[in-house]
Ligand binder design. Structure first.
Ligand SMILES: [Zn+2]
Ligand SMILES: [Zn+2]
Length: 308
């Protein structure tokens, strides 16, 4: 699993930073990509990657500001011609997303050749995907804005095939029976399956934020605890916390301070203002720990799994 940031900019696009769109690449595990926010020209960004639009089956929209959604109608329309025919897609987003898309498609006489499901979310909702449970928390951004926290489902541990072979049990369908069942019989002996299965493989926790002020609500912070990856905005840098607050955005050090007790593994900042040039960003980076990153467009980072 890996993170791919297609658009890392705030508000206005620049030549270097497009408006927000973020991919969670789960192709190796689940043969799909999950897309978060679809800033204008997201589909053009995708053309420069190996990402197949037909493998995007779930899109999460954090909030309805244009820099997070203006690429959505174009992406959805093109997907139909990029192998997405008959492959359903679900969009999760704040109230209003359905009306906006319906009127856009109606006025432009656009039709799709696949099923589009739209789910309007609200604070504290739980969403069940095939491989993830998703919790939703409301942020503070002037309009409704959400963080989506994806919790990958745990997996049963690896089968100890060497130990089974030692008993004289050759590989075959019995191996999957052993993995599924509590016990099994072989040559008149009963064995406990758990003695041949390794530790449970713990699912990863990934949190992708919409635009927001720094939020210190306890239930939200508790849900972020131990996250393998947090993606958060940093529209403002050093000493601009008050300004960030006034504009319903965040300043990078204020976020770091807010998250200091969360024991997260990786923190990635996005939604970087184009007011900052490379020199400004390099200066900020010198004060960051090794597990904290400021993303650029096409930034990629693996999200390792921790076996427990
Ligand atoms: Zn924004
Ligand atoms: Zn916004």
């Amino acid at each position: 699993m890996k993170l791919i940031v297609l658009g890392s900019g705030a508000g206005l696009p620049s030549k270097d930073r497009n408006t927000q769109s973020i991919i969670l690449d789960c192709v190796d595990e689940y043969n799909e990509y999950i897309l978060f926010d679809v800033g204008e020209a997201t589909q053009h960004r995708i053309l420069n990657t190996h990402i197949k639009p037909s493998k995007i089956k779930n899109i999460f929209i954090t909030h309805l500001h244009g820099d997070h959604i203006f690429g959505l109608p174009g992406f959805l329309s093109s997907r139909a011609f990029q192998g997405g025919q008959n492959i359903p897609l679900t969009i999760y987003g704040p109230k209003g997303i359905e009306e906006w898309l319906e009127s856009t498609f109606s006025v432009s006489k656009s039709t799709l050749n696949y099923d589009l499901n739209i789910v309007e979310v609200e604070a504290d909702m739980k969403i069940a995907l095939n491989n993830f449970d998703v919790s939703v928390h409301e942020l503070e951004h002037g309009i409704e804005s959400f963080v989506y926290i994806l919790k990958e489902k745990d997996k049963i541990g690896e089968l100890n095939s060497a130990a089974l072979k030692d008993l004289g049990i050759p590989p075959g369908p019995i191996y999957s029976d052993i993995k599924r069942g509590e016990s099994f019989e072989f040559e008149g002996q009963i064995y406990e399956s758990k003695d041949f299965i390794g530790d449970k493989i713990k699912g990863r926790k990934i949190a992708i934020h919409g635009d927001t002020r720094v939020v210190s609500r306890q239930a939200y912070l508790d849900d972020l605890k131990g996250a393998d990856l947090i993606v958060h905005e940093a529209t403002f840098f050093q000493d601009e916390s008050q300004k960030a607050h006034d504009y319903f955005h965040s300043e990078i050090n204020h976020v770091l301070d807010n998250f200091k007790d969360l024991s997260y593994k990786i923190l990635v900042f996005v939604h970087i203002s184009n007011r900052y040039d490379d020199a400004d960003i390099d200066l900020v980076k010198t004060n960051l720990k090794d597990n904290v990153f400021i993303a650029h467009d096409y930034f990629e980072l693996p999200i390792p799994r921790n076996v427990q």
